[in-house]
Design a protein around this ligand. Structure first.
Ligand SMILES: Nc1nc2c(ncn2[C@@H]2O[C@H](COP(=O)(O)OP(=O)(O)OP(=O)(O)O)[C@@H](O)[C@H]2O)c(=O)[nH]1
Ligand SMILES: [Mg+2]
Length: 324
């Protein structure tokens, strides 16, 4: 499915409807003002919607206008208020004013919302003490939206290391592994149903040594790690991109660091995949820095996968317990 994580949109709220100037003639022939007020203009609201996967659904439209209020009528008839326009954005969208680059709001939780432009007030009809028939103007704003995925586990790794197959096996997500590298071009998500909780897992496009030199799309997507609770660093035992899994692991750390050193503070597990393709004695020779959490797995035989996920869920549950 198409994916978009940055977009500029324009929003325009509705103007207030005109107040009415009208009179009724009484029996004594005296004219009494009875013009009703105009309706209020609609607001444009941005709302975080869990069903919206990325900003791609907003791309075709880009201009979002709320309704104007209707004019007031005689007999003190109040004009109808303009409807609000609700723009659904994915949970994890940050809204900036495009003109001054200032942050407006971060919409993270489901149904978080903000009125980005307010509708104009309705004009006053002449039944009131202060007739002012012209309604308030609607407001216009250009917004820059930046979406960062919220997921529990992010899979980042070398090309062809088995991230997509891992995601598919674990979550049943409708994704397909391929026997060539860099097939995953955009983030892919799935939900892992563990015994007690559900965890969202997100695969990011592969990275490799040259990623930092601006080759490939992948470093653009690393910004999504800002909301990561746990990172799996995926390497495999038969990579053409590095000498061995240990070197692969260092390459991944280097790319992460060069992209944003703060990503090194996110809890992580090194995952060495495709152990079905390597002899046990060669596997034992692979040493990793002390203190680093390392799991050896095979998507093919499912060896080590349960143990890895038990350890991951333990780390995540600890984090949730600390924040609740
Ligand atoms: N033998 C073996 N092959 C595996 C294993 N896991 C994945 N593969 C194969 O490795 C190839 C790459 O798998 P993917 O899941 O597409 O790898 P990826 O990391 O998502 O790759 P890109 O996103 O395309 O860079 C596919 O042909 C898989 O069938 C494993 O544990 N053992
Ligand atoms: Mg993939």
């Amino acid at each position: 499915m198409a994916f978009l994580d940055e977009l500029t949109i324009k929003v325009q709220s509705g103007s207030g409807g005109r107040g009415c100037i009208s009179y009724m003639k009484r029996m004594d022939r005296k004219r009494v003002p009875n013009g009703g007020d105009g309706g209020k203009g609609g607001n444009v609201i941005l709302r975080a919607d869990p069903q919206t996967g990325s900003l791609v659904s907003l791309k075709a439209k880009r201009m979002f206008e709320a309704e104007a209020g209707e004019v007031g009528g005689s007999n003190k008839k109040h004009g109808r208020n303009g409807n609000d326009y609700i723009v659904k954005v994915p949970c994890g969208t940050t809204i900036f004013n495009k003109t001054d680059q200032l942050l407006i709001r971060d919409l993270v939780a489901q149904n978080d919302q903000i009125i980005v432009v307010k509708g104009g007030r309705g004009g006053f009809g002449n039944h009131s003490d202060r007739p002012e028939p012209v309604g308030g103007q609607g407001q216009f704003l250009e917004l820059f939206l930046s979406f960062k995925i919220t997921a529990d586990i992010f899979l980042i790794g070398l090309p062809n290391s088995g991230k997509t197959l891992f995601l598919k096996e674990l979550t049943g997500a409708g994704v397909e592994e391929t026997d060539y590298p860099f097939a995953t071009k955009a983030p892919q998500l799935g939900t892992y149903n563990a015994d007690v909780n559900d965890y969202r897992i997100c695969e990011l496009p592969s990275i490799y040594e040259a990623s930092c030199a601006g080759r490939g799309l992948s470093t653009h997507f690393l910004k999504h790690l800002e909301r990561a609770k746990l990172i799996f660093l995926f390497v495999d035992t038969s990579s053409k991109f590095v000498k061995d899994s240990r070197e692969g692991y260092h390459v991944l750390l280097k790319v992460l660091k060069e992209c944003d050193a703060r990503f090194l503070n996110v809890p992580r597990i090194a995952v060495v995949n495709k152990i079905d393709l390597i002899k046990k004695e060669d596997l034992k020779k692979l040493t990793f820095p002390k203190g680093e959490k390392v799991h050896f797995i095979s998507n093919r035989t499912q060896a080590g996968v349960k143990r890895l996920m038990a350890s991951a869920c333990g780390l995540l549950d600890q984090q949730y317990a600390q924040t609740s």
